[in-house]
Design a protein around this ligand. Structure first.
Ligand SMILES: [Zn+2]
Length: 271
């Protein structure tokens, strides 16, 4: 999971989203807003009509690799994901900053689960997801545990073990909010639990290392600029962008990577 940069949605599309949001906000009591958010979102976002065509296009461009899911970085992203679930936060159903682009295997299990630190600023946790039959009331004010890659840099919260397990490892001490946010995010999205992701990160590492080696060989053999650029493009298009980010971040601590980046320091600037 890697930081997402928002280039900004165009004003016309934002305005249309805001008009949908105003309809939800104006639909009555909180339970009525929850119902309106589900109904209106279902009607307006589940096809390729504007403004969601523009929303999807921009989100796609914000993904890493070849349009990979913003959570797992593995599967093609194809679903607009609400960071704060619209069933709990109908006031964010059409809110651009609440949108990510994710895959079904990430979006589905996450569902409406959403933990908060309540009250804000504390370390006491509250599960905001509504159980079936529970009264439809707004969640209390609180800080999200789930990392939002638009706002948080996930790599400040965990690092990827590149020398053994290819698991994410929390970086903050036990008992801290940062530690709990990392643990909760990894658990909710299954980023360490899903073996397919772990194996894919390991494969990406070998693939990226080989791409860098090939680049060095080609560069030293005076290959054409287009051939050299193709190596950088391979790196950029490889799934699991976190692996490349961590290779750059950790290279001085891993002998073989250190040698490789010493031979091609320019690759440290490849995104
Ligand atoms: Zn995913």
């Amino acid at each position: 999971m890697i930081r997402v940069v928002d280039p900004g949605l165009d004003v016309a599309t934002l305005t249309r989203l805001q008009s949908y949001q105003s309809e939800v906000d104006g639909s009555g009591t909180y339970p009525m807003q929850v119902e309106a958010a589900a109904r209106m979102y279902g009607a307006r976002a589940r096809n390729d009509r504007s403004p969601f065509r523009e929303v999807r296009t921009l989100l796609r461009g914000m993904c890493s690799g070849v349009e990979r899911c913003m959570y797992c970085e593995d599967a093609p992203a194809n679903e607009v994901e609400h960071v704060r679930p619209k069933s709990l936060y109908p006031e964010l159903a059409f809110h651009w900053e609440n949108f990510l682009f994710a895959c079904g295997p990430c979006n589905g299990p996450k569902g409406n689960r959403f933990k908060l630190f309540v009250p804000p600023g504390t370390t006491s946790e509250y599960e905001a997801a509504r159980v079936s039959g529970a009264p439809v009331v707004a969640p209390p004010a609180g800080d999200s545990l789930l990392l939002d890659p638009r706002v948080d840099d996930p790599l400040e919260f965990f690092s990827l073990d590149l020398v053994g397990t290819f698991l994410f490892v929390e970086r903050h001490p036990l008992g801290s909010r940062e530690r709990r946010r990392a643990e909760y995010t990894l658990e909710l999205l299954g980023l360490n639990r899903r073996d397919v992701l772990v194996r894919a990160r390991r494969t990406a590492f070998h693939h990226l290392r080989n791409a860098l080696r090939s680049y060095v060989v080609d560069r030293d053999n005076k290959a054409a600029p287009s051939e050299l650029a193709a190596h950088a493009e391979t790196v950029r298009n490889t799934s699991h962008a976190t692996v490349w980010a961590e290779m750059k971040r950790q290279h001085t601590k891993i002998g073989k990577l250190n040698e490789l980046f010493a031979a091609a320091p320019e690759a440290l600037a490849w995104p």
